[in-house]
Design a protein around this ligand. Structure first.
Ligand code: GRF
Length: 201
């Protein structure tokens, strides 16, 4: 009997700069049965952040490549590329990664970098999304997972989840509910993305 060669499971690397709650949600999902990608590396561009301790607790290899310690952004990205290649990275997930990636870096990993943003893009790109949503009197907001292109918070949308704005909401309260929605959305979108990518590897 001739069997088709099983598709290789893609390797995901996650880039963080802080708390790492989305990273943890992705890792936990990836550790469940039949999830179509493995998280092989977590990279933080900042030392001593909470996400690094979470990665350790979850048993995922992690490293710090401190962006501020490099003479140029180009040198930082060279080191980052080296670590990603060493981990045989197929997919890069940005999860609260606060460094803007160069066009050169994005083009190298074209179509393989995902990001999560705490608004319903294309609305409310950039920072302080929840404060701006409340100031504008919106009735709902949400989160978006999109492919990364050279323009910030741009690129094809892969999935969105909406969250109602409630009476008495503050930016902190709203951020917490959007964050909870992110933890559901990102693993679901990554699974679909990885599943389709595995057929192309
Ligand atoms: C999330 O709200 C994400 O949308 C934004 O940064 C935040 C990161 O949170 N890009 P965490 O570090 O994943 O907890």
């Amino acid at each position: 009997m001739i069997r088709a060669r099983p598709d290789r499971i893609p390797n995901t690397s996650i880039l963080i700069s802080g708390r790492g709650s989305n990273m943890a949600a992705l890792v936990l999902a990836s550790q469940s049965n039949n999830y179509p990608t493995r998280v092989g590396l977590v990279v933080s561009n900042k030392p001593n952040v909470k996400g690094l301790a979470s990665a350790t607790a979850l048993g995922v290899p992690k490293t710090v490549i401190e962006s501020a310690a490099f003479a140029t952004h180009h040198a930082f990205e060279d080191e980052l590329n080296h670590a990603l290649e060493k981990a045989n990275t197929d997919i890069i997930c940005l999860a609260g990664f606060m460094e803007i990636l160069s066009t050169c870096f994005v083009n190298k990993w074209q179509g393989r970098i995902l990001n999560i943003h705490p608004s319903l893009l294309p609305d409310y790109k950039g920072l302080h999304t929840h404060r701006r949503v409340l100031e504008a009197g919106e009735r709902y907001t949400g989160c978006t997972v999109h492919l990364v292109t050279p323009a910030v918070d741009d690129g094809p949308i892969l999935g969105q989840l909406s969250v109602n704005v409630l009476p008495g909401d503050t930016p902190t309260k709203l951020a917490q509910r959007v964050n909870e929605a992110e933890h559901r959305l990102y693993p679901a979108v990554l699974a679909t993305f990885a599943e389709s990518l595995s057929h192309a590897l």
